[in-house]
Design a binder for this molecule. Sequence first.
Ligand code: AMP
Ligand code: GLY
Length: 423
Amino acid sequence: MKVLVIGTGAREHALVHALAQDSAVETVVAAPGNPGIDQVALCRDLPTGMTDGAAVADLAVELGVDLVVIGPEAPLVAGVADTVRQRGVAVFGPSAAAAQLEGSKAFAKEVMAAAGVPTALAHVCTTEDEVAAALDGFGAPHVVKDDGLAAGKGVIVTDDRAAALDHARACLAKAGGRVVVEEFLDGPEASLFCICDGETVVPLALAQDFKRVGDGDAGPNTGGMGAYSPLDWAPEGLVADVVARVAQPTIEEMARRGTPFVGVLYVGLALTSRGPRVVEFNARFGDPETQVVLARLATPLGAVLWSAAVGTLDELAPLQWRDEAAVTVVVASEGYPEAPVTGRPISGVVDVRDASVLHAGTALDAEGLLVSAGGRVLSVVALGRDLAEARERAYAAVERIELPGSHHRTDIALAAQRGQISC
Ligand code: AMP
Ligand code: GLY
């Protein structure tokens, strides 16, 4: 099988790495890819961007690939999967219509309501007065979400009513602006990736992401600063419960609407005292959770994605998992998330032992040296017998890498390792 992976991040580096290890996959090509991916697979440019469906389809046809795997949300919401499918190439990734589960939080809420999926109570608002009434109705802490895609920056959770209103005002000012004001959900968060072929759901392993920029969950939300898997503290049966009460009903509702969901339904959960509640849906693999989930997956990835793309997930053998823990720590640029400084030299990557360094925002400069080119620069992944060993290896690797001004969280998976998480 020949596979084309669309994307530029550490999530795509993890996907390419896993596909390249699959003996059933002869060739992996990434577009646009990044300098790290270039070491494991051929990278091809997409000069008109990842959201140009015709260009992606042309490349897939030119390369003669059997399967296209679309990593990020923007091309999915833009309908790249539809264009590629129309050209007769199998795609792992939802249609534009199905990707609305991520593209519009109001739409996701409507589907959850129709499917009876447990989630936070919410009001969709189009005016400031409606927002004010909803904020007062729910009380603090306030949760205000931009309806549309916002690259991890659309959500504010705050006790400060004025800050919540300000955020809502900024979102409403955009063309067609809508916000979702929600009830606050208390409890630890978990991510579950559900592989779907439109009918059948195959869950991967649970992971936990660290969204805030600083240790102890201080500072603003980011795309994700680290992750780990498995979640030994999660209640017995959680995965089966989430498949039965969340993923399967959602997939059935999408099929009933004539927009079947093919790809990963990313279920972001809060494990509250009243049970699991959906915090968000995404229509793609999460970053950085994918890096730890795929590090633990022993089943070759190619057949899993292929079965989803062609609708035969019900025939797939049960997934096998390594009996190891995985931790990833994200190395971010100075100033991330507000104003990342890029173009700085990165060194020490070749000195890393017992861990893999996945590239996210990197580039080669005119002399061919590795430099930072984004907010999240590297995702350092390690496996270990347990979380303590995986953490030790991941952080030892991070210490070997030099990127002037960079920062990372030092507490990824620490509370879990210490047994301090309960729900
Ligand atoms: P979202 O983009 O919807 O995932 O939100 C980003 C982050 O904001 C989540 O991972 C949570 O940490 C937080 N968040 C979102 N919705 C809620 C909620 N209803 N209650 C508490 N925290 C939330
Ligand atoms: N890790 C969060 C996300 O991918 O949206």
